[in-house]
Ligand binder design. Structure first.
Ligand SMILES: *Cc1c(COP(=O)(O)O)cnc(C)c1O
Length: 344
């Protein structure tokens, strides 16, 4: 499979910006090449444009090469760059599931890229019969979110593999919530699929949403394209330092995940007991999707109690559904107590 053949011609042919730190990478005593302020602030120096120290740690953790990693200002940067690298404006399309995470279509629309949607099955899995009817010669990138937002479930691995077999464009699997899931990560499958991109993030399990650090794992050919078109210094020094600290302390992330998963089970059981709750969908993420009798009324009531959940009623297949993030045990009990009063 030839990745270069999928890249937009202007991007294939362009000469990327070359920063001072790209042109001289070694160590030296005196740096007078980047017009920086010489007085330590301590952020007077530009960051490493390719974040090699973070990537080396991450590569060891994920079992890939550092050259197979792209780091961006949140996963959102990766989503945007993938669309810009492979989709010609006013011509090409991305294919997404409905429902799914909102940023894929927003990034496509900003870039004048068409959005094709394929409805999930009633149990929120891929509809393999509908897929080939939806994509066509303009479809360059397919976004699959697993575990999916806002439905919370993993897509079936066998079905994702089937899609990977049948689709010759770029396949992006967004694994923002994979730490909370029991299923395997597709990062381990990269060697078999040169067109596969796996997205993960420091925003959820790692507890670093405020840092803005997203990860793309892919073949070296795809990562080279993303590096070519990114802003030269897209991840700042502080973010790189704090990501290194987090990667030194994987046990902290694992402890949080364990607690959240435990609370997810507690909350699932407790919510199912409430008469206003009609259904709680199974979740592989750090949130629950619950169908209630009156989502809008429940949302407004909770808001007046100072508790904010997400009303997903207007989303396909999610009529009257609230998306509830798992909080601390205390926060979760406050939510349950409020909901119990609402029913009474
Ligand atoms: C939260 C979330 C992300 C994370 O985005 P960042 O830009 O990394 O904060 C990515 N994908 C999905 C599906 C999400 O729900």
């Amino acid at each position: 499979m030839d990745i270069q053949a999928l890249v937009r011609k202007n991007i294939l042919n362009m000469k990327p910006y070359s920063s001072a730190r790209d042109e001289f990478k070694g160590t030296a005593e005196i740096f007078l090449d980047a017009n920086e302020n010489p007085y330590p602030s301590p952020y007077n120096r530009y960051p490493d444009p390719l974040q090699w120290r973070v990537k080396e740690k991450l590569a060891a953790l994920k079992g890939v090469k550092p050259e197979q990693i792209f780091l961006g200002n949140g996963s959102d940067e990766g989503i945007d760059l993938i669309i810009r690298a492979f989709c010609e404006p006013n011509q090409d399309s991305i294919l997404i599931t409905d429902p799914t995470y909102g940023m894929y279509s927003v990034c496509a629309e900003v870039n004048a890229v068409n959005v094709q949607q394929v409805l999930l099955t009633p149990d929120f899995d891929l509809d393999l019969d509908a897929f080939p009817k939806t994509f066509d010669a303009t479809t360059k990138v397919l976004f699959l979110c697993s575990p999916n937002n806002p439905t919370g479930n993993l897509l079936s691995t066998a079905k994702i593999e089937e899609v990977l077999k049948r689709f010759y464009g770029i396949v992006v699997i967004d694994e923002a919530y994979i730490d909370f899931a029991t299923g395997k990560s597709f990062v381990q499958e990269l060697a078999h699929h040169p067109n596969l991109v796996v997205l993960q993030t420091f925003s959820k399990a790692w507890g670093l949403a405020g840092l803005r650090l997203g990860m793309c794992f892919a073949s070296e050919a795809i990562i080279r394209v993303l590096n070519k078109i990114k802003y030269p210094y897209n991840v700042n020094i502080r973010t790189q330092e704090l990501a290194l600290d987090a990667l030194e302390n994987v046990q902290q992330k694992e402890a949080w995940v364990k607690e959240v998963v435990k609370q997810r089970d507690v909350m699932g059981k407790a919510l199912r007991q409430l008469s206003l709750v009609e259904h709680v969908y199974p979740s592989d993420a750090n949130f629950l999707l619950a169908k209630v009798k009156d989502a809008h009324g429940t949302y407004e009531y909770l808001m007046n109690q100072g508790i904010i959940v997400r009303d997903r009623s207007r989303v396909a297949l999610c009529y009257n559904c609230l998306r509830i993030t798992i909080g601390t045990p205390e926060e979760n009990q406050r939510l349950l107590a409020a909901l119990k009063k609402y029913t009474a």
